[in-house]
Every structure is written in structure tokens, then in C-alpha cells.
Design a protein around this ligand. Structure first.
Ligand code: UDP
Ligand code: MG
Length: 329
């Protein structure tokens, strides 16, 4: 698919690179992350700050991060007053990041740090957004491939045509893009979509996603579905249009069934003697009633989802509350 044309302007290495990492119940991972990052940072050609956001963990994550931050001034630590969710934790990290370029990555080392070298190279070429794109995994079933393909296609329709496929939140964004993102204070956040919406020159780097270093996923299926729902509803009125279309289809069906009922009734009245079986109508009335009732409720439900979101936005509450800071002014 063709993309918006941009003229790339070469850039120097960033004077400071920020790495934003949200952490929720990651006590098993933090020690591994620390070792891995300290090793990695020494290979980088520019100074680095680590922005770690504790998203209201219920385990020792905050204590471990605090101990680390005490020993390492490059680590800026932000502790949420409670769990606000992954996308919000990343948002908070982006809000305090001081770097000329900012990398978002997961705490669980599923996003291999060495990919950041390539991201920086693309950044220096002039790209504003460099997203990590998962390489196709060899062992995947056709079913898995098909569902992924269908999911991303649907998301592109719903969210933005420039939404990259097979990409999570692992990405580098430039200062310019970051500035734009910071101005978007919506409550229901789908950062990937927001980055696509902002625009700017974007390019992928391919990487293979490792399994989680330790611990288990903080994104069970329930949260994943809620996330996809947020993505769909926050970017597009398409679900409303679909419910409208369903309404139109149901109305047509209702009309057809009504017509049929009248015709059969007339035939029965005038041609009683031909022995055509006559439907008393109970079953057909029930069917149509259920169909129409269901369609109406569905339409109202979808409308309700949007109204609930308007309600959330209009309250204009702060996106997150910070109860702890270290190495931050
Ligand atoms: N995360 C978070 N808040 C949450 C859920 C997750 O900050 O409510 C963080 C988590 O600590 C991790 C990242 O988001 O650094 C991605 O989560 P996870 O690796 O569990 O998701 P998956 O890779 O399985 O999709
Ligand atoms: Mg993960």
C-alpha cells in the first residue's frame, strides 16, 4: 500500500535517547531487565535515560525499581496511584521523557533491545516513527495467519489506513511526533492508532519477538478484546454505520415477510378449496419480533458505547495520578 510522501532530512544522533517502559507486576522480570539494559546501554552511541512507569503493581515491582533508581541516576521512576493500564502508563512515560527520540518497549524483554540500534539508524536517516514489525514466525498455523491477517485488515479499516500490520507498541518516535502525541489527551487510548493518525514519515524494522523472559502475560484475552474494542470505537463511527445497515436490512426483511403474509392470507381467503396449507402466523410473528427486537437492542447498545465514551471524555479527568517519583524534577 502506498504511503504519504515525505522528504527525509538526515539528523544527528539524538543528544539524549529516552526508553519508556511500563511495568505492572513484573517483579520476576525487573532483575533480568536491569542486567539486559545495562549491558545494552553501554553499546549505544548516545546518552540514555530510562523512564520506568510502575502501573500500580501489587507485587515488589515498585521496590525493585526504586532500589535500581537509587543507584542509577539515569533511571527516572514514576509510580501510579493505582493500575491505570498499559497505554496510560506509556502515555505517562512519554509525558516526562526528555529525549530527542523516545523508544517505547515492554518490560518483559519480548522486544529485544538490540533492535534499537537499527531504529536509531532509521531515525538518523530522517524517519520520525520507526516501528518494530514482527517477522512472520515459521511454525504458525494457517488458521493463526488468517485470523491475524483478518484482524489487521479490519483494524486498518476501523482505525487508520496507515496502521502498520504485525506491529505492537515497540517503536521509536521523534521529538516532533512526540509533541503531537502529547497534545492528544483522550481517555480511551490506542497509541498505535494515535501514532498512525499523527502521520509523519514512518518505517518498519523487522524483528523476531521472543517469548516473555519471566512471569506471565498481563494481557489476558479479556483485556485484549477490550483493547480491540477501544481501538475500534475510538477511531471510527463505522460500528454505528454497521448497526444502521443492520437496521435497514431488518426493515427490508420485515417488509418482505409482511408482504408474504398478506399474499398468503389473500390466497387462503379466495382459494380455500385448493388445499394450500395456511400458517396461523404465530411462528412467523415470533421470528420477526425477535429479529427486529434484537436489531433494535444491538443498535442502541452500540450507540450506548459511544455515549459512554463521550461521557468519559467530557468528565475530562486526569489520565493518571502519580503517587511516587524518583530522579524526576
Ligand atoms: N502493563 C502495564 N499495565 C497493565 C498491563 C501491562 O503497564 O495493566 C505492561 C507490562 O508490565 C508489560 C507491558 O505492559 O511491560 C506489556 O504487557 P505484557 O507483556 O503482559 O503483554 P503481552 O506482551 O503479553 O501482550
Ligand atoms: Mg509481553
Amino acid at each position: 500500500m502506498s504511503q504519504t510522501t515525505h522528504i527525509l532530512q538526515q539528523r544527528n544522533k539524538p543528544n539524549l535517547l529516552s526508553i519508556v517502559i511500563p511495568c505492572y507486576n513484573e517483579e520476576e522480570v525487573i532483575p533480568l531487565l536491569r542486567v539486559e539494559l545495562e549491558k545494552f546501554i553501554s553499546t549505544l552511541p548516545c546518552p540514555v535515560e530510562l523512564v520506568l512507569v510502575n502501573d500500580g503493581s501489587r507485587d515488589r515491582t515498585l521496590l525493585l525499581l526504586d532500589a535500581w533508581a537509587k543507584q542509577d541516576q539515569r533511571l527516572r521512576l514514576l509510580g501510579f496511584a493505582r493500575n491505570f493500564g498499559h497505554q496510560t502508563a506509556v502515555t505517562a512515560g512519554l509525558d516526562v521523557a526528555k529525549g530527542d527520540a523516545v523508544v517505547i518497549m515492554d518490560a518483559d524483554l519480548q522486544d529485544p533491545p538490540h533492535v534499537i540500534h537499527e531504529m536509531l539508524a532509521r531515525y538518523c536517516e530522517g524517519y520520525d516513527v520507526v516501528y518494530g514489525q514482527r517477522e512472520e514466525r515459521a511454525g504458525e498455523t494457517t488458521f493463526k495467519k488468517f485470523t491475524a491477517w483478518a484482524f489487521y485488515r479490519l483494524m486498518r479499516k476501523l482505525v487508520h489506513p496507515d496502521l502498520p500490520v504485525d506491529a505492537g507498541d515497540f517503536r521509536l518516535v521523534s521529538r516532533e511526533c512526540l509533541q503531537a502525541l502529547r497534545e492528544m489527551r483522550e481517555t480511551h487510548r490506542f497509541l498505535r492508532g494515535m501514532v498512525a493518525w499523527v502521520g509523519f514519515a514512518q518505517t518498519p524494522v523487522l524483528y523476531s519477538r521472543d517469548p516473555r523472559a519471566a512471569g506471565e502475560t498481563k494481557y489476558p484475552l479479556r483485556k485484549m478484546l477490550a483493547f480491540a474494542w477501544t481501538a475500534a470505537l475510538s477511531f471510527s463511527p463505522l460500528p454505528l454505520r454497521i448497526s444502521l445497515m443492520l437496521g435497514v436490512i431488518t426493515a427490508f426483511l420485515g417488509f418482505a415477510v409482511g408482504l408474504y403474509a398478506v399474499v398468503v392470507g389473500l390466497i387462503h381467503y379466495y382459494l380455500r378449496d385448493l388445499g394450500i396449507p395456511y400458517n396461523s402466523g404465530w411462528a412467523s410473528i415470533m421470528t420477526v419480533l425477535c429479529l427486529v427486537g434484537g436489531a433494535i437492542l444491538m443498535g442502541i447498545g452500540i450507540l450506548g458505547e459511544y455515549v459512554a465514551r463521550i461521557y468519559d471524555e467530557i468528565k475530562a479527568r486526569p489520565l493518571y495520578l502519580v503517587s511516587y517519583r524518583r530522579n524526576l524534577d
